[in-house]
Design a protein around this ligand. Structure first.
Ligand code: GLN
Length: 232
C-alpha cells in the first residue's frame, strides 16, 4: 500500500518492554536503546517503517501471536519453546543470564541461590534458568512483571538476588553505585542464548528481515550501533 510520500513503505507495529536498558528503555517519552537503533536500521534496509510501542512483555507476546502486532523486539531469546509459537530472525546478539546481589552477599555462583529468594522477570529466560536449577514451582523464585520491578524488590530486600540478562545486569549495577550491588557471573550453570527479532509463525517478514540483517552486519552498520551502546 502506498503511503502519502508515494513510496511503498509500510509501517509495521512493534511491541516492546521498555525497562530493559540498554536494549530498550524510555527516555524523554520515547523508546530508545540498542534494539531500537538496530530495528530501525534493519527495517529501513528491508523497506519498512516501524512504530515501536511500549506494550509490556505479555501484551507483546500475545499481540505477535494473534498478529495484532507485527514484530516483538525486546532482547527476546530464541529458544525451542518460543519457536513452537513464533518465528525469529537470525540471532543478532549473544547473551547469558547473570546474578545481581548486594555487594556483601555470600553468593558466588548460581548453585548458591539455593534456598535464597530469587527475583526474575515473569516469562523470561531468567525465570527458566532459575527453574531449571531449583524446580518449576519453587516458592523462592519470585516473578515480577518487569526486570526493573525485580531490581526494586532487590533494593527492598524482598529478594536476595535477581537473575537477568548480563548486559542489563551490568548496566543496572554500573548506573546505581548507591545501591551497593554487584554482578555474579556463572558460565557453568547458565548457558549462552541469542536474541532474535520476533514475528508470528510463517510471517513473510522473516526472510526480508534476515536479508536486511545480513546486510547491516556486512556493511558496518551493526558495528556502529554496537559501539554506540556497548563501546568497543
Ligand atoms: N532475554 C530474556 C528472554 O528472552 C529477557 C528478555 C527481557 O526481559 N526483555 O526471556
Amino acid at each position: 500500500e502506498a503511503n502519502s510520500n508515494g513510496s511503498d513503505n509500510k509501517t509495521l507495529s512493534v511491541g516492546t518492554e521498555a525497562t530493559f536498558a540498554p536494549f530498550e528503555f524510555m527516555k524523554k517519552g520515547k523508546v530508545t536503546g540498542f534494539d531500537v537503533d538496530l530495528l530501525n536500521a534493519v527495517a529501513k534496509e528491508a523497506g519498512y517503517e516501524v512504530k515501536i510501542k511500549n506494550t509490556g512483555w505479555d501484551t507483546m507476546m500475545a499481540g505477535v501471536q494473534d498478529e495484532s502486532i507485527d514484530i516483538g523486539m525486546a532482547g527476546i531469546t530464541i529458544n525451542k519453546k518460543r519457536l513452537k509459537t513464533y518465528d525469529f530472525s537470525h540471532p543478532y546478539f549473544e547473551s547469558i543470564n547473570m546474578i545481581v546481589a548486594p555487594k556483601d552477599s555470600p553468593i558466588e555462583n548460581a548453585k548458591d541461590l539455593k534456598d535464597k529468594r530469587i527475583g526474575v522477570q515473569n516469562g523470561t529466560t531468567g525465570q527458566m534458568a532459575s527453574e531449571a536449577l531449583f524446580g518449576e514451582n519453587n516458592k523462592n523464585i519470585l516473578k515480577y512483571e518487569t526486570s526493573a520491578m525485580a531490581f526494586m524488590a532487590l533494593e527492598n530486600g524482598d529478594v536476595e538476588a535477581v537473575v537477568t540478562d548480563y548486559a542489563v545486569a551490568k548496566e543496572y549495577v554500573e548506573k546505581n553505585p548507591d545501591k551497593n550491588v554487584k554482578t555474579i557471573d556463572d558460565r557453568t550453570n547458565f548457558t549462552p542464548e541469542y536474541y532474535g527479532i520476533m514475528f508470528h509463525k510463517d510471517s513473510k517478514l522473516k526472510a526480508k528481515f534476515d536479508q536486511a540483517l545480513n546486510k547491516i552486519l556486512d556493511d558496518g552498520t551493526y558495528t556502529e550501533i554496537y559501539k554506540k551502546w556497548f563501546g568497543t
